[in-house]
Design a protein around this ligand. Structure first.
Ligand code: NCD
Length: 392
């Protein structure tokens, strides 16, 4: 099946089967990562990064070069016409004539949606504010699938700044769709947003358990009893940490705080240490999208369960596979009975509002509010996907 010409703005733009197809292609890329020079030949990828990045940008650029394609980029978007007041819509309408695919990162939530609406070439969201980071989720799922052997039935503890940590938003929804389960551990004020919990619930039928700190999680013996009825006593003795296939940690996203005092309160609130892992299984993965600040003890790095650097390295085969697929240079194999992703349905916006101060609607003046819903989920802003509100 060809994914040629498609955008990847949110993780909902890909069906489970399409993701599996990309993972299969990534397996092939991983076997020949240094040798598949033909697939990208004659194609150019533009990276438009309005926010800091190391891994995402370099791995996209490396992936495109390893496919034999070309890369154009701006070292600093502050030096582009944006500084002269150019709109996002105009920027992408120009860059699309220089490149065959755009990879974009922005602090504005919904910016990638706008770019995809205006560009005629595929747009990949490399992170839009605190909204989503779907390609990180592809490599996160690839890591779990490759190292734990399964997505269906896997258990993940999401730990950290779940409010602003965009990677956890895309990941939570994807895990739910693949039949995985999760718990959320976040300091007060940094809990998982309502729209993500609603999307998880729409797929699993229940909301994940929430904890304010790691101590609360490790003390919740009911969790293990409720979810592993056949658990033997020795396993119970290890406590709830023995439930998890992966502990997925994020840093406190300092740059998103408007109140520095709130950041000061949240920083250092959680830390994964060897002591915590002493109660985890020998095959539990410790994952992190990186960069880390102080939430992963350096003492863990030699532990084979510390998967974060391997996880980052999978960004190459996964992004090679994605680029080759969206450029129409590789087909993804889909199983029988596979369905396309569920398309959102537009909803009349009368009387609705998006209250998100970081929504792209606030900065790109030519946009009009748009609302949509997917399946049984509540009505959301079509850009930043924050739940719609009825202003009083
Ligand atoms: C993440 C991001 O940018 O959202 N990094 C990444 O892409 N690997 C996580 C983070 O910045 O904390």
């Amino acid at each position: 099946m060809s994914l040629a010409g498609r955008d990847l703005v949110t993780i909902s733009d890909l069906s489970n089967e399409e993701m599996e197809g990309i993972f299969g292609l990534a397996d092939e890329m991983a076997r020949h990562a240094r040798g598949i020079v033909g697939l990208g030949a004659g194609k150019v990828m533009a990276t438009l990064f309005y926010e800091a990045s190391t891994r995402t940008r370099l791995s996209f650029e490396s992936a495109m070069q390893r496919l034999g394609g070309g890369v154009i980029t701006c070292a600093d978007m502050g030096t582009t016409s944006v500084a002269k007041g150019e709109t996002l819509a105009d920027t992408v309408r120009v860059v699309e004539s220089y490149a065959d695919i755009l990879v974009m990162r922005s602090p504005q939530e919904g910016a990638a949606r706008v770019a995809a609406d205006y560009a005629r070439v595929p747009v990949i969201n490399a992170g839009d504010g605190a909204h989503e980071h779907p390609t990180q989720t592809l490599l996160d799922l690839y890591t779990i699938r490759r190292e734990s052997g399964r997505l269906q039935g896997c258990w993940v503890a999401l730990v950290g700044d779940l409010k602003y940590g965009r990677t956890t938003h895309s990941l939570a929804v994807a895990l739910a769709r693949f039949g995985g389960s999760m718990v959320c551990v976040a300091p007060p004020g940094l809990e998982m947003p309502a729209e993500v919990l609603a999307a998880v619930e729409a797929h699993t039928g229940s909301r994940p358990r929430q904890y304010r700190n790691l101590e609360e999680l490790t003390g919740d013996l009911d969790l293990l009893k409720a979810h592993s009825p056949q658990a033997s006593q020795p396993k119970l003795a290890f406590g709830p940490m023995s439930l998890f296939d992966a502990i997925y940690v994020t840093r406190v996203q300092r740059e998103r705080f408007t109140d520095p005092a709130q950041y000061e309160k949240a920083k250092g609130a959680y830390r994964i240490t060897a002591d915590l892992l002493a109660n985890a299984r020998s095959d539990t993965l410790v994952m992190h999208p990186l960069p880390r600040v102080d939430e992963l003890d350096y003492g863990l790095d030699e532990d084979l369960r510390a998967a974060y650097f391997r996880q980052a390295s999978y960004g190459i085969p996964v992004r090679m596979a994605l680029l080759a697929a969206l450029l129409g240079r590789a087909e993804v194999a889909l199983g029988a009975g596979s369905r396309p992703p569920t398309a959102p349905r537009p909803v009349p916006g009368n009387g609705l509002a998006c209250s998100n101060p970081r929504c792209v609607l606030r900065s790109e003046w030519y946009l009009s509010p748009r609302f949509e819903l997917v399946g049984d989920e509540p009505v959301r802003c079509a850009y930043c996907q924050r739940l719609a509100e009825v202003p009083v």
